[in-house]
Design a protein around this ligand. Structure first.
Ligand SMILES: [Cu+2]
Length: 168
């Protein structure tokens, strides 16, 4: 009897593992169907830029290159889950010659305006502050040929969240 029980147990386990393996095989095909590839239509004279910010206080881009004379359609996506009060992200493009740390000090004080200093002469363009799961698109004309700094002006983020915006 004992041997028969053991045999049955093995048979059941084999059946169960077979069941699992067929389930696993189905997963990839479902995933492929659920994630259609993002298609960005190429418009003449328009450069699309998608930049992400995450819960680890990072942008996914360190450098953005744009041809001069183009219109820039920039989308900022907060791909994290944290609230904007604890892990807010924005995209602030600064004028040439502005020190990013000096700017961050001014931004720190501008809490009432989502850390964008009101009427700041340092800023070319900026997005609003986003929390996890949010995104926003802004459109602007590429500034003159040159290299510019972009930062997130949320308190403490500038050290990790900065990069170069290059117009060429
Ligand atoms: Cu940030």
């Amino acid at each position: 009897m004992k041997i028969l029980n053991l045999f049955l147990a093995i048979a059941v386990m084999t059946l169960l593992s077979c069941g699992n393996s067929t389930e696993k095989k189905e997963e990839p095909s479902i995933k492929i169907n659920q994630t259609p590839k993002e298609t960005v239509e190429k418009e003449e004279g328009v450069t699309n830029v998608i930049i992400e910010g995450n819960d680890q206080m990072r942008y996914n881009l360190k450098e953005i290159k744009v041809p001069s004379g183009d219109q820039v359609k920039l989308t900022l996506k907060h791909v994290g889950q944290l609230d904007k009060k604890v892990m807010g992200h924005n995209f602030v493009l600064l004028k040439q010659g502005v020190d990013i740390n000096e700017f961050a000090k001014k931004a720190l004080k501008a809490k009432a305006n989502d850390h964008i200093p009101v009427d700041s002469p340092d800023i070319l363009v900026h997005t609003k502050m986003l929390g996890g799961g949010e995104e926003i698109t802004i459109t602007f004309d590429a500034p003159a040929v040159g290299t510019y700094d972009f930062v997130c002006s949320f308190p403490g983020h500038v050290a990790l969240m900065n990069g170069k915006f290059i117009v060429e």
